[in-house]
Design a protein around this ligand. Structure first.
Ligand code: RB5
Length: 402
């Protein structure tokens, strides 16, 4: 098994070609040159000098984040392209986890820290003992003061690695007595550690297609934060649909439900959410066996009006029956959507809280786009607040406004 590994998540860039027990070749560069200039020449030289053809590889691994947003994008994009062209699977490695592999052979808690700016570090903790690496928490972005509180509760030797290690060490060394800084040769991320981590994933069959490989930012990139800010401002007269794609706002949980006619769309939406790290709760149905759509409409409706989920998505054959059922539940504003404009306007003007679509009338591609627009469009106030309040009055038993 040969793995080609890439890291461009911080200032240094590195590539490595490895077999299970051997590093065949590697390049590492830590200069002011951008990764877009250094990465491809390093990859080419590595493959040429080792007389390796890309289609012989068992996988191409990449540190997919966290890290510098541009750096992450360059590494992931290069690996996607190479893997796609040569029909090779990809392995996505956490940058933080790859650095735990810098310390194998020891017995310590590895505290991987990368500079996340905004007074935070990207961090994860690992117990490394001999050749085993045990993850102790998920990758996260947190303040150094919060990390300090956690480290104070850990017995045993803590080793700091990562491009934020020196800074963190200066802050922590006087208060956390059992902490040390990893030596220079094992302090930052390198593609050889990425390769080591990737062998484990590969042997467990945890590979991705190039299309599935995605950057892992942990926090929204600056450009998207700016866009979100703009989107929360009053809308401009001209609606630019492009800006609504792939932007997440403060939605913590989305309720999903369908009958057999909508199972195809909900399955695609779940995959789409998995790729983007969007949290959802799936209320079924879980196959194409015939079921009654009101059952699933009620489950999702109650999760939304009960506050368990902020928004919901329901699919049946046409989207119509399941929306009718959901709208019988007080507080639900379910909208059947069949175009981009409707997906946007039903959020802006009707404050729709459930998006409904039909698996027999809407393509997967359109459904995913309506989903993105729906989830990323804010509710407008002003005259729309008044009209939505009138809908609530109807919910409460009113039958006319004469
Ligand atoms: C089920 O055959 C179908 O009637 C249902 O999925 C939906 O289209 C109802 O509106």
């Amino acid at each position: 098994m040969k793995i080609l590994a890439v890291d461009t998540t911080a200032k240094a860039a590195s590539v490595c070609l490895a077999e299970e027990d051997k590093i065949i070749g590697s390049f590492f560069i830590d200069t002011a040159l951008t990764h877009s200039r250094t990465l491809m020449p390093m990859l080419e030289a590595l493959l040429d000098n080792t007389e390796t053809k890309a289609d012989e590889l068992s996988a191409i691994a990449v540190n997919a984040g966290p890290g510098s947003f541009t750096g992450v994008r360059i590494g992931v994009a290069a690996v996607k392209g190479l893997a796609f062209a040569h029909n090779v699977p990809c392995v996505s490695v956490s940058t933080l986890e790859s650095m735990a592999y810098n310390c194998i052979g020891g017995d310590c808690i590895v505290c991987a820290v990368m500079d996340a700016r905004c007074s935070q570090v990207y961090n994860a903790l690992f117990h490394v003992k001999g050749a085993s690496v045990e993850r102790l928490c998920d990758d996260r972005a947190l303040a150094l003061s919060d990390l300090k509180e956690e480290l104070l509760r850990i017995d045993g030797n803590i080793v700091l690695v990562g491009d934020g290690a020196s800074l963190s060490y200066a802050y922590l060394k006087d208060v956390v007595p059992n902490i040390t800084l990893a030596p220079m040769n094992s302090r930052i991320q390198t593609a050889s550690s990425t390769a080591l981590a990737a062998f484990g994933s590969l042997s467990r069959g945890e590979t991705l297609t190039p299309a599935e490989l995605m950057p892992v930012y942990l926090r929204l990139p600056q450009a998207q934060r700016e866009l979100n800010k703009r989107l929360s401002a009053p809308p401009s007269a001209v609606i630019d649909h492009r800006v609504y794609t792939n932007i997440r706002r403060e939605i913590h949980m989305i309720a999903l439900g369908c009958d057999h006619g909508g199972f195809n769309l909900i399955s695609a939406i779940k995959k789409h959410f998995d790729e983007q790290g969007i949290a959802y709760k799936d209320f079924g149905t879980y196959s194409e066996d015939s079921v009654d759509y009101p059952v699933y409409a009620c489950k999702v409706a109650n999760a939304v009006v009960g506050g368990e989920c902020e928004l919901g998505i329901l699919c049946c054959g046409t989207g119509i029956g399941i929306s009718m059922a959901a709208n019988k539940i007080k507080g639900v504003r379910a909208a059947v959507v069949s175009n981009d404009f409707g997906a946007e306007m039903t959020r802006r003007h009707n404050h729709a809280n459930i998006l409904c679509m039909g698996g027999r009338v809407t393509s997967v591609e359109d459904a995913l786009r309506y989903t993105d627009i729906f989830l990323n469009t804010p509710e407008e106030g002003g005259r729309h607040d008044k009209r939505v309040a009138m809908l609530t009055e109807l919910d409460n038993g009113r039958t006319s406004f004469d």
